[in-house]
Ligand binder design. Sequence first.
Ligand code: SF4
Length: 295
Amino acid sequence: MKYDEKIYRPPLEANTLLLQVTSGCSNNNCTYCNMYKDVNFKTETLDQIEKDLLEARGYYPDAKRIYLLNGDPFILSAKRLKDIAKLVKKHLPECETITMYASIQSIALKTMEELKELKAAGINDLYIGLESGNDEVLDHVKKGYTANEAKKQLQRLNEAGIEFFSIIMYGIAGKGKGISNAVDTAALLSEVKSKSIFPMSTTLIPGTELHMEYLRGEFEEATEMERIIELKALIENLNVKDDTIISTLHASNSLTISGILPRDKKTFVDGLNDFIKNTDGEEFQRSVNRSAIRL
Ligand code: SF4
């Protein structure tokens, strides 16, 4: 298999076949991310993709799921994505789901007809690094869209029947701003239907623009306890209509919650309230070694 660079894939895809269809990230602008800083975005050739699929067939002839690399493969044209899906079906006929990261911008570039065709071609379970529903935060970390734009594009995915996982970051607004971030993010997530919501606690990565802001004193990190209070506010304000999995299994989180909303909302809020009430904030702060977290 051809892999040009260090591979990043969501924790859920640990057992999924990984296929390189792009290198790098077409956006490469988010201030907290360093994953593809030194990689030029490029698309893989269909010849190479077919070679990889032929090789993969030897190992996983019955693969049911495939994950397309790298940072934002959904930026490829609908035609290119359909060509890739055809190759996947040709060589891995048992494959039911083609999953990948997608950005709000890459969804906006597709017509509704194209989105429905992509769904019909097996493309589903998109990972959306939404991060926040607060315009100030989105602007600060240079996501390149507003909360309204994000809502519109996620609702288009809903209309097309493409399921998606919403990844959000708490702590990203900085010290003292977590509640407004939680309220706005919950408002956005309550107006779309995510298959799952995956909160991640913000971890400053050396070399990123956000980390430089921190070093210059322009960005103040939220304390670990503030983050838990923010997570609780997020869940309290989430009013999803359909069953939605919420899970903080990602390594960045200092507390693990996993369940289904709205069913488990009260359990989560009560449990987080207990934690907040009964935990010494300074001790908790010392217990979380964020610099040792590997993302
Ligand atoms: S967070 Fe995602 S979209 Fe932003 S630069 Fe990193 S890989 Fe690209």
